[in-house]
Design a protein around this ligand. Structure first.
Ligand code: HPA
Length: 274
């Protein structure tokens, strides 16, 4: 982890020269879910490629590669429009670097969204799921290497990676506004293959409700950094082993885009009521 903090400080120096905002709230927008930032007011946009130390976004569809700042529900927010995935070949220190930058900017609460496969038979395609816990099934961990004690503890506690307070707030906002909200455990895999039937069966049996190829590394680093997390998955495809249908990525993105406004609304309500 050597040099990460210095790189984050350097990135923030550049960002601060472009934008005076010091948001306490960060949002990572998942595949097909980039619209909340479009509703933000007083927007300032900075391309990832211009930020020193930032990895450069690939050609992943549905992602734009912009760090943007704006006001939502009367609060300053920094958005990652487009994230980095391990399957694209980025090492995890790069995948999670934006979270280090957010911490250095002063972010205290992080919202993370993603598109995920639904293994819980009680979920429908298009449902949104508040993540209550996760299983790191990626076989790697972004904290491997020498620990920088200024970034966080060597052995961070994972007793409550997703803030119970924020889950309760989400449930309250959902209930009061007629939003259907599921709760469940997210399992993070590397991808890029989707899973076999046997893998879905196994992952559901070990306690996971949704599966996806992101989120876990960013959340681990957020916990390491002492940032409170709320995670929200959109069920883009049903992953019930005996009913499995061929899926294509365009369909997954289209489903995420359809559910996007509901996720945006919930996050906006939560930010407003924080
Ligand atoms: N597996 C992994 N990631 C996903 C899936 C899936 O089935 N659906 C959407 N993202």
């Amino acid at each position: 982890m050597e040099g990460i903090r210095e790189s984050a400080v350097n990135a923030v120096k550049f960002i601060s020269s472009k934008c005076a905002m010091k948001p306490k709230i960060g949002v990572i927008l998942g595949t097909g879910l980039g619209d909340l930032s479009k509703k933000a007011q007083n927007k300032v946009e900075i391309a990832y490629k211009d930020i020193p130390g930032f990895p450069v976004s690939g050609t992943q569809k549905g992602h734009s590669g912009t760090l943007s700042f704006g006001t939502v529900g009367g609060k300053d927010v920094v958005f990652m429009e487009g994230r980095f995935h391990y399957y694209e070949g980025y090492p995890l220190n790069e995948v999670t670097f934006p979270v280090r930058v957010m911490k250095e900017l002063g972010v205290e609460t992080l919202f993370v969204t993603n598109a995920a496969g639904g293994m819980n038979p009680g979920y429908d395609k298009g449902d949104i799921v508040a993540i209550t816990d996760h299983i790191n099934f990626m076989g790697v961990n972004p904290l491997i290497g020498r620990n920088d004690n200024k970034l966080g503890l060597r052995f961070p506690d994972m007793i409550e990676p997703y803030s119970n307070e924020l889950i309760t707030l989400a449930e309250k906002c959902a209930q009061e506004n007629g939003i259907k909200l599921q709760k469940g455990v997210y399992i993070g895999v590397t991808g890029p293959c989707l899973e076999t039937r046997a893998e879905y069966r196994f992952m559901h049996q070990i306690g996971a409700d949704v599966v996806g190829m992101s989120t876990v590394p960013e959340v681990i680093v957020a916990v390491h950094a002492g940032i409170k997390v709320f995670g929200l998955s959109c069920v883009t495809d049903r992953c019930i082993p005996d009913e499995l249908e061929p899926v294509n990525i365009e369909e997954i993105i289209a489903t995420a885009q359809k559910a996007g406004p509901v996720m945006d609304r919930l996050i906006e309500l939560m930010i407003t009521n924080m």
